[in-house]
Each structure stands twice: as C-alpha cells, then as structure tokens.
Design a binder for this molecule. Structure first.
Ligand code: SF4
Ligand code: SF4
Length: 206
C-alpha cells in the first residue's frame, strides 16, 4: 500500500505559474488518493481563472495508456503553461518524461503504508520517501536515480556521465541537470538546500 497526500496549499501556490492542466490518477487500488482535496484544489484554480482542463484517469504510470488518455485533451494541454499531477511519484515521472518541453509538477507527496505493494511492472521507481523532490529535479527522482539518493546535487564522483557506484548507469544528477537545462529551469538548483526529512518515512512505519 501507499498513500499520496496533497502538498500544503502554500507549496502548490508557489508551483503554479500561468495556466494549469490537472492530471488526477485514480488508478491502482493499493494507492490511497486525496480525492476530496483534489476537487477543492481544482475549484480554486478554476475560480482564479487558471485551469485549462482536468483529466481523472487511471494508471498514468503506464506510458502508452497515459498517451492515449491525454490525446483527447490536446487543446487544453496546449493552452496550459504547466501540468500539475496528483499521483504517486511514478506517475509524475512518467508524465514529466512525456512532456519534455512543459513544466510538470508533483502536487502530492508519496508515503509507504504496510500491506500489499502491487505487481504492476513500472518504467520508473519511487521509493515513497514522503517528501517528493520531483519539483526541483525536473521530474527525475533523485532518491532512485542516484545511487546515493542524494537530494542536493551531484557527489562529484561521476566519470564521463556514469555513476561512480555503478558504471553501468548514468549519473542521476547529470540527467537532472540536463533535464532542467532543456526546460530552461536551471535556476531551481539555486534554491536553498532542501534537507531530507527522514521523519516523513518513520511516521508510516508504526
Ligand atoms: S522524490 Fe522520488 S522517492 Fe520521493 S516521493 Fe518523489 S518520486 Fe518518490
Ligand atoms: S555519481 Fe551521480 S548517481 Fe552516482 S552517486 Fe554520485 S551523484 Fe549519485
């Protein structure tokens, strides 16, 4: 099981730039989604004249399925400056990879819960760290894409773009840098150090 919890209102307000298209994932049954809070958020965005459209669908972690579902919303998506995704970290990464030139933001944090973890084969990993970093890493998870799960930048050991821990994998932080450069968002790396709060993981272990 895992749970997706909407980030604080102030955090979401700070992410929103221009017009927004919202993607809600209500996919797998082992995930608890903030359905009521999502409706409230959408109403607020609509009242502010910022919402271009909403899709509530399932399994956005499946890239082929997601592409098909989004096709019928092309106009609303084109009219938006950014995509706000309410899903677990895997879903956000899948959407971010698809929209190479658009800002994609995670509206939720993902926490683990005891119990069944699901068997869906996934393209991306989320370690359910409880404090999603995808908004400052261009949609690439630093916990799973970096061998040391560093959240504040590269360790300095990469050689020719490969990780010093595992030379078969690309350095996750070099991937993050390239993605942010492509989006013209390298400025987010200048934000104050965001220290990982391990208490967010502990609170669901009891
Ligand atoms: S930063 Fe990575 S591990 Fe943490 S919630 Fe986001 S996708 Fe999951
Ligand atoms: S080389 Fe890159 S991916 Fe490997 S541990 Fe260092 S920062 Fe992380």
């Amino acid at each position: 099981m895992l749970i997706t919890q909407l980030k604080p209102k102030e955090t979401i307000a700070s992410l929103v730039e221009g017009k927004v298209f919202v993607i809600n994932c209500h996919g797998c049954k082992e995930v608890s989604f903030p359905e009521k809070e999502a409706v409230e958020l959408q109403k607020e965005l609509e009242a502010q004249g910022k919402l271009t459209g909403v899709i509530t669908t399932d399994y956005i972690c499946n890239p082929e399925n997601m592409k098909l579902r989004l096709e019928s919303h092309k106009q609303e998506i084109d009219a938006a400056d950014m995509i706000l995704v309410l899903s677990c970290g895997v879903g956000v990464q899948t959407v971010a990879e698809y929209f190479e030139d658009k800002k994609v933001c995670a509206a939720c944090d993902t926490y683990p819960l005891p119990g069944f973890q699901g068997v869906t084969p996934l393209e991306y990993d989320c370690d359910q760290c409880g404090e999603c970093y995808l908004n400052i890493t261009g949609g690439i998870c630093p916990i799973t894409a970096c061998s040391k799960s560093l959240v504040n930048g590269q360790c300095g050991g990469a050689k020719n773009g490969k990780c010093e821990v595992d030379s078969n994998m690309e350095c996750g932080w070099e991937r993050i840098y390239r993605r942010l450069a492509q989006l013209g968002r390298l400025d987010v790396l200048k934000c104050p150090t965001q220290i990982r709060n391990y208490a967010t993981e502990e609170k669901t272990e009891a």
